[in-house]
Design a binder for this molecule. Structure first.
Ligand SMILES: NC(=O)c1ccc[n+]([C@@H]2O[C@H](COP(=O)([O-])OP(=O)(O)OC[C@H]3O[C@@H](n4cnc5c(N)ncnc54)[C@H](O)[C@@H]3O)[C@@H](O)[C@H]2O)c1
Length: 439
């Protein structure tokens, strides 16, 4: 039995526009993939909104609808894609360059995806040192650039006949910066935009433009974006859902699957060494120590929060956690991750686990972008504004309200997500208690 309260959710009818700042490997793998799925050429594997089910009521009732039938989500056939990039290539050309999907599949969707051309970007090389591009807006101030982005958003909506919009940042990882005074309130941030304050990153200008217009915004990279007080304030003011940050895909996904298992069995941890080789543009950007620092910070928090060394000092106090990413061009988008995990069992006896994950970064990320777009649109229609913590499932470093530690355990995150959906429908939350079967 659980808390029952159904929430009025506006209909998902009409067209949803998905805006992607950054149209590189992840974004084009999503776009080409959605068109391929629509045409029956492939399956949306990895997407909870397309393939997932949700159990309702008690086990003998056998009620397990598909999530997209249970809650009212946008129809895959009624989606338009748009975005921005510092390079002018259309989605087909960019997908060919990214080299994630086979040419044969790209050719079958080419007619549709080559029409998707990026709008000119807001970019400053100081924030992504390894990149430079010409397809970039000029403006008198950062506020002027934000206004140009807002014009783009309105024009995209009109041109494509969209009823609603969402945005998911798929742009490069910016350099690591802590929030400063200019991020501390909306008034200071807007003043900073007008003065072109150095501490305002391009990604924050996109976030501002979207949230100001009430467009839900999810951040797929580790840099600060909507997780600053100014943007949280704006999201409240405009009733807009926000979420972040950094898509949880390869190695961190594995960590948040394995670590809850060790903790459940009270196996100790002496150390976890993770290294990767990656050869795509993301890998090149992360080769810059300042961009890598953003990634490192987002990756390192995971184990501490899951293992709770303060509660289990004999098992987890002082474990070593090292994360490395090495740019190695021949590997392309097919990242290889190695993990060496030193665990300990009964009477402190040591054991080792080695994980060698030959993954495909963008193949793992694309369904996450789709689900985030679908659920952020749902959140907006359900009037759920501000931080969408129930979507922590998708992030390496989930954004939470101040003072609350993030939940990293994948299984708790999934339960939270599904219970949120049940709650919006006024159904019983699933507790897995099951005592009633034995009464
Ligand atoms: N693929 C994964 O598994 C994964 C997981 C977590 C996070 N991410 C993050 O997702 C993002 C995208 O990854 P990717 O593999 O597609 O990288 P990518 O380099 O292929 O694509 C990023 C694109 O963003 C563009 N860009 C950079 N700054 C921009 C700006 N200010 N405005 C508009 N466009 C801009 C670049 O030109 C590039 O085309 C990266 O930040 C990456 O760290 C990816």
């Amino acid at each position: 039995m659980g808390l029952k309260r159904s929430v009025a959710v506006e209909s998902a009818e009409g067209k949803l526009g998905i805006l992607l700042p950054g149209m590189g490997a992840v974004a084009t793998t999503l776009i080409a993939g959605v068109v391929a799925v629509r045409r029956g050429l492939a399956q949306p594997i990895g997407s909870l909104t397309q393939m997932g089910t949700i159990r309702l009521g008690k086990r003998p009732e056998n009620r397990v609808p598909m999530i997209h039938d249970y809650v009212n989500l946008a129809d895959l056939n009624n989606i338009a894609f748009g975005g921005w990039d510092i390079f002018p290539e259309n989605a087909y050309e960019a997908a060919v360059k990214a080299g994630v999907l086979k040419q044969d599949l790209l050719d079958q969707v080419r007619d549709e995806i080559e029409k998707i051309e990026p709008m000119t970007a807001v970019f400053q090389q100081a924030w992504v040192k390894k990149l430079s591009g010409e397809h970039v807006k000029k403006g008198e101030s950062k506020m002027d650039l934000a206004e140009q982005l807002m014009d783009d958003i309105r024009a995209f909506k009109d041109k494509n006949g969209c009823d609603r919009l969402v945005a998911v940042w798929c742009g490069s990882t910016e350099v690591y910066r802590r929030p400063t005074e200019v991020h501390s309130s909306l008034a200071k941030f807007e003043e900073g935009l007008r003065n072109s304050h150095d501490d305002i990153a391009p990604s924050q200008i996109y976030a501002y433009a979207c949230v100001k217009l009430g467009v839900p915004y999810a951040n797929g990279a580790p840099n600060l974006s909507v997780d600053i007080p100014a943007m949280i304030e704006l999201s409240r003011q405009t009733n807009t859902p926000i979420a972040g940050k950094d898509f949880k895909t390869g190695q961190t996904l594995m960590k948040t699957i394995l670590a809850p298992g060790f903790k459940a069995r009270l196996l100790g941890l002496d150390g976890w060494y993770s290294t990767n080789i990656l050869g795509n543009r993301d890998g090149e950007v992360l080769d810059d120590p300042e961009s890598f620092r953003s990634k490192e910070v987002s990756k390192l928090g995971v184990l501490e929060h899951i293992l709770q060394p303060d509660k289990y000092p004999e098992l987890y106090e002082g474990f070593d956690h090292v994360v490395r990413i090495n740019y190695y061009p021949p590997r392309g988008d097919n990242k290889e991750g190695w993990d060496n995990i030193d665990i300990k069992g009964w009477l402190g006896y040591p054991m080792q686990i080695k994980v060698n994950f030959l993954c495909r970064d963008s193949i793992l990320a694309a369904p996450i972008v789709l689900d985030l777009a679908m659920f952020m649109d749902f959140a907006k229609r359900a009037n759920m504004h501000g931080i969408q913590e129930w979507l922590s499932f998708y992030f390496k470093s989930p954004q939470t309200p101040e003072g609350l530690y993030p939940e990293h355990d994948l299984f708790i995150q999934l339960m939270k997500l599904k219970n949120t959906l049940r709650y919006t429908k006024g159904d019983d939350l699933i507790t897995h208690l099951g005592a009633e079967y034995y009464d």
